[in-house]
Design a protein around this ligand. Structure first.
Ligand code: BGP
Length: 491
């Protein structure tokens, strides 16, 4: 296959502070939302999506994986050296808000926290790796949820902008690419993780409450874009959405419409605001279907117009299927994996990961085309990958050929999208080094090119265990060749 990757393509990898740093209270860091999220899909994610209020306190007897994560806080130099060895051109990471403002509403920032990222960015610079920084990756300082009720409260906009002002100035000239909120559109589906609002099961107004809180994030994001451009006109600021690609189960018009409508609400509702600076023309009807309307302050429309992002970044792992008629009891009760979010059915043409995520490289080509043709701004794929269990074999060998085939197919799909004329800036596969999973808090769901010797509790261990040692997987050497050949090795 002919190679269409541009010379300056940003090959790299992606992580988030709360999933790898650990050191959760070190050097003045305050508690953040992930620090009170326990291990276990049921305890953690299922309660979030079912609207059962999440406890905001640390409880005896539960395991909180973010507290140690993979100890990157103390090992970042070693980790960055491994990224350099793979040839990374870019590295997507987040700044833990609660390292800089431990309570979120503090008047002055925590110098120790700022120093940590000074050192980290310098290390990246000397490795010639371009940072792509997520300002808020599901990492709200806990106090902003407890004392203010999360993003339902408009005051959070000011706290977020204080945080942005400090980091944009401090890391000016070290960081050029910024992403305002990780998977910001997730707020449409559930509020407790990204909007950090209190949800009550069966609250009839929950959807409109989420839309209001999301509006506050949109305003915060727009103000951040403007600020970043004022501080340095070289700054490039992107939005970040979880891109869901979904197909109608059949050509029944009801299913085709439902599928279309789901994509509009989940993907375009957010993209329209952040890229075009205005809500969708159908938004009033969408709010009515949510049970109300979103309240605007006088200048909100202007703020959104002035804070349009420079590019779209997104995560893409799998596609789903929208089935309306004849759901089997299994489909109705499917609460495993991401399918649950959309009541998705199985796609008979696709394989799925152990977590039920249906593997679909063509879906990536499709959504790249759809977003580029609709919004005409550059795109960056900042999360993609296969969560799988890996085996550490004698001699510290890890043969993750399944991960290589997944990534290979997705890189081919990106190459085809480039051929289609889509502008893609970069590709940073998720969890380039094994880390704690977001939905289940697991260590054993791995994405990395670098294996981290940490494991979930099991029959003989009552808590996670391991040495934190890093080992290179087979995919490490493969990705190194991919980057060296600017993609050709995968085609
Ligand atoms: C995205 C998050 C990441 C990441 C990824 C994989 O939603 O932005 O933080 O973790 O999903 O999900 P998981 O870790 O649950 O496998």
């Amino acid at each position: 296959m002919k190679n269409y990757f541009p010379k300056n393509f940003l090959w790299g990898g992606a992580t988030a502070a709360n999933q790898l740093e650990g050191a959760y209270l070190e050097d003045g860091k305050g508690l953040a939302i992930p620090d009170i999220m326990p291990y276990g899909f049921k305890e953690r994610f299922q309660s979030i999506i079912s609207g059962k209020p999440v406890s905001l306190d640390i409880k005896e007897g539960l395991i909180y994986p973010s507290h140690v994560a993979i100890d990157h806080y103390h090992r970042y130099k070693e980790d960055i050296q491994l990224f350099k060895e793979m040839g990374f051109k870019s590295y997507r990471m987040s700044i833990a808000w609660s390292r800089i403002f431990p309570n979120g509403d503090d008047l002055t920032p925590n110098e120790e926290g700022l120093k940590f990222y000074d050192n980290l960015f310098k290390e990246l610079k000397s490795a010639s790796i371009e940072p792509v920084v997520t300002i808020s990756h599901y990492e709200l300082p806990l106090n902003l949820a407890k004392s203010y009720g999360g993003w339902e409260n408009r005051k959070l906009i000011d706290f977020y902008i204080n945080f942005c002002t400090v980091i944009f100035n401090r890391y000016n000239n070290l960081v050029k690419y910024w992403l305002t909120f990780n998977e910001v559109n997730m707020g449409i589906l559930f509020g407790q993780f990204s909007l950090c609002i209190k949800e009550e099961a069966n609250d009839p107004l929950i959807k409109i409450k989420r839309a209001q809180a999301l509006h506050h994030q949109f305003i915060a994001s727009a103000l951040a874009v403007k600020l970043a451009h004022e501080i340095n006109k070289e700054n490039k600021v992107g939005c970040m959405i979880a891109r869901m690609e979904s197909y109608p189960f059949s050509c029944h018009p009801d299913e085709v419409f439902s599928n279309y409508n789901q994509g509009i609400i989940f993907n375009d509702y957010t993209l329209s605001v952040q890229v075009k600076g205005e809500y969708l023309p159908t938004s009033k009807a969408i709010w009515a279907s949510f049970g109300g309307k979103v309240e605007f302050l006088k200048d909100d429309k202007k703020i959104l117009k002035k804070g349009k992002v420079d590019f779209i970044s997104f995560s893409y792992y799998c596609s789903s299927v929208c089935k309306v008629h004849g759901l089997t009891p299994e489909e109705k009760s499917n609460l495993v994996g991401i399918n649950a979010l959309f009541g998705s059915a199985k796609n008979p043409y696709l394989e799925a990961s152990e977590w039920g995520w249906q593997i679909d490289a063509t879906g990536l080509r499709l959504c790249l085309n759809e977003m580029y043709n609709t919004y005409n701004v550059p795109l960056m794929i900042v999360e993609n990958g296969l969560g799988a269990r890996d085996n550490l074999l004698p001699g510290n060998v890890i043969d993750d050929s399944y991960r290589i085939s997944y990534l290979k197919e997705h890189i081919k799909a990106i190459n085809l999208a480039l051929k289609d004329g889509v502008k893609v800036l970069g590709y940073t596969p998720w969890g380039c080094i094994d880390l704690v999973s977001a939905s289940g808090g697991e260590y054993d769901k791995r994405y990395g090119f670098i294996y981290v010797d940490m494991h979930d509790k099991d029959a003989t261990h009552d808590k996670p265990y391991g040495t934190f040692n890093r080992y290179k997987k087979k995919s490490f050497y493969w990705y190194q060749e991919v980057i060296k050949s600017n993609g050709s090795k995968a085609l």
